[in-house]
Design a protein around this ligand. Structure first.
Ligand code: G3I
Ligand code: 9MR
Ligand code: ZN
Length: 546
């Protein structure tokens, strides 16, 4: 099919702007909403690449700075409409933040703020510590992880970290209002983003055992069927503690301590106490304690191969928060272990840079961000800066290999590929702060263009944002709530060559990576949503909108 792909939300007037065609044409026009031609340009042939498999042609209209609603046309074919304006991403930003509110578990939703997406209180009962049938713990609250109703400590901590780093790096995030209940502290109203983060922080405090260790997750034994959360009545189990969860939580509480101390000293102190307790446990338990699902249980595992990056994150976060040398020394020890581990990974052909990993699994990059925030010249921070710049350069080089200007490679199209992209855009955003670079900025913008529709699926991967935004996320409430559209602002996992669910088998054989996607509610490996796919987009948009 002949298509003209474009960012369906749109562009800032000063941004680099392009559309990508999958057919040959030599000239294009941009038309306004009255159908009048307002800009003309020549099309550049890019050629074929291994991620889209398409022969692509690029229509660059960066020179056009007029604001309004437009579409691109060539040879009688039209793109979807998009907007050019200074406020073009305001709605998107609100929507992607509000998603965390809709994902709240417990009794936190109200009809006033959730509207038609309100659900009754859910998962309110005490949870059973797995293997200790008589021990019940109150772990109400937090956010549902994703399309399922599990609550997972490492995933929650990482999503929080992206949001809190967003706040630390870019003040503008504190000003985003997304219509959630106000939280008042000492006569002042907390910024919305901090009220929302507090929901998950409060929950994670409940996930900490008295001795400081953190339980890995709380879920039913198996995934719930497609029912509303309040109808998911199976017994809730708290699964064993892990050093992964304990370290990530120690880290994110330290980060949160710094953020909240400007608003609520007492709450900040509480976070710090919990952080230190977790850290003490880690020091007393130097052996890694990884996580595997109990036999027969199929809820999210969030397994990791080592806990070094997590311990590194915790040490860096506490060093940044407290400026005490012992944490720096710990960070150096973990850094050396990480380098050893990285060498082994490289031998297996792994491409990326371990010190810039910002995912739910490898979290060394999150530790690195703490050091960058501290902004002190030392052997570790200087090295980290170099890692971010080198990785950003690698990504910019990747972006030259396809007509979309997309910084991803074939191997990045795994489960949650949109997060692979967003993590890269975070790295570029940070690198651009270390040293301004137009190539970094263009690559970030091209990445956002891809996410919002400039891709071979002609799909915006954010619900409610873009004329052809995906509509059928693998998300239990959406599947059963009888409301036509899901709430806006959800980020899809995106194309995945692994095609790891039954429905995904309907993707045509030998599809190019960018086309291994289906907007179908059954497709958890292609079209689920999660808190930590939304959170990096919040960070990146905060950087773009600054
Ligand atoms: O790390 C390897 C890499 O070395 C290899 O080259 C690549 C190629 O297959 O795979 C990489 O592993 C991937 C792993 O995530 C780490 O990124 C696996 O392929 C991939 O299948 C795995 O997917 C995870 C999925 O759970 C299955 O375990 C997703 O990242 C993760 O987001 C997802 O999380 C689920 C929760 O379990 C439950 N809740 C919903 C959530 C989202 O779907
Ligand atoms: O809905 C579940 C989704 O959130 C998970 O990412 C996915 C992998 O853990 O599992 C989904 O649940 C499926 C289960 O694993 C197998 N039976 C079908 C379920 C979804 O329809
Ligand atoms: Zn719930």
């Amino acid at each position: 099919m002949r298509s003209i792909y474009v960012n369906q939300v749109g562009f800032f007037p000063e941004s680099y702007k392009k559309a990508v065609l999958n057919f040959k044409a030599s000239e294009f026009e941009v038309c306004n909403d009255k159908g009048e031609s307002v800009f003309k340009g020549n099309i550049r042939h890019f050629g074929t690449d291994e991620i889209s498999g398409e022969d692509t042609f690029v229509a660059d209209f960066s020179k056009m700075i007029q604001t309004g609603k437009f579409y691109v046309c060539a040879e009688g074919y039209k793109s979807t409409t998009f907007e050019i304006s200074e406020n073009v991403y305001d709605k998107l930003m609100k929507d992607i933040c509000k998603c965390f509110y809709y994902l709240r578990c417990g009794d936190a939703l109200t009809k006033e703020f959730a509207g038609e997406y309100y659900h009754k209180p859910c998962h309110m009962e005490m949870a059973t510590v797995y293997g200790e049938e008589n021990v019940k713990v109150d772990v109400k609250g937090g956010w549902h992880d994703a399309g399922d109703y599990g609550r997972y400590s490492t995933a929650g901590a990482v999503a929080l970290a992206h949001l809190l780093f967003g706040v630390r790096f870019f003040n503008n995030l504190l000003k985003v209002k997304f219509n959630i209940p106000e939280v008042e502290v000492n006569g002042n109203v907390l910024p919305d983003i901090l009220s929302e983060c507090k929901v998950e922080l409060d929950f994670l405090m409940k996930m900490q055992r008295d001795d400081g260790a953190v339980w890995h997750k709380v879920t039913t034994f198996c995934h719930a069927p497609f029912v509303m959360p309040e109808d998911d009545k199976s017994e809730l189990f708290i699964f064993p503690v892990s050093s992964l969860a304990t370290a990530d939580v120690a880290a994110v509480f330290a980060l949160a301590y710094t953020v909240y101390k400007d608003y609520d000293k007492e709450y900040a102190q509480l976070l710090l106490t919990h952080s230190l307790k977790a850290y003490d446990w880690l020091k007393a338990n130097p052996e890694e304690l990884l996580f595997c699902n109990a036999e027969g249980s199929n809820t999210g595992e969030y397994g990791e191969a080592e806990d070094i990056s997590n311990r590194f994150f915790a040490a860096c976060a506490l060093y940044e928060a407290l400026d005490e040398k012992n944490y720096f020394e710990d960070a150096i020890i973990q850094k050396e272990r990480l380098e050893e581990y990285d060498k082994k990974q490289k031998l297996k052909g792994y491409q990326g840079d371990i010190f810039t990993c910002l995912g739910w699994g490898d979290v060394a990059g999150l530790g690195a961000l703490c050091l960058l925030l501290k902004d002190e010249s030392n052997i570790l921070t200087d090295k980290i800066k170099k890692h971010f710049e080198d990785e950003a350069d690698r990504l910019c080089a990747n972006a030259k290999k396809n007509g979309f200007g997309l910084c991803m490679e074939k191997d990045d199209f795994i489960w949650g590929s949109n997060m692979e992209l967003l993590k890269y855009l975070m790295v570029l955003t940070v690198a651009d702060r270390i040293e301004k670079n137009d190539a970094y900025k263009n690559t970030i913008e091209s990445g956002i263009d891809y996410l919002l529709g400039c891709n071979s699926m002609d799909t915006s991967y954010v619900t409610g944002n873009g004329e052809k935004a995906f509509k059928n996320p693998h998300l239990r409430p959406t599947a059963v709530d009888n409301i036509e559209l899901p709430w806006p602002g959800l980020v899809s996992g995106g194309p995945n060559v692994g095609l790891q669910d039954e429905r995904a088998k309907e993707v045509p054989k030998d599809s190019a990576p960018m086309k291994c996607y289906l907007d179908h509610i059954d497709c958890y490996s292609l079209n689920e949503i999660t808190i930590y796919w939304n959170s990096p987009l919040v960070f990146v948009m905060a950087g773009l909108m600054k």
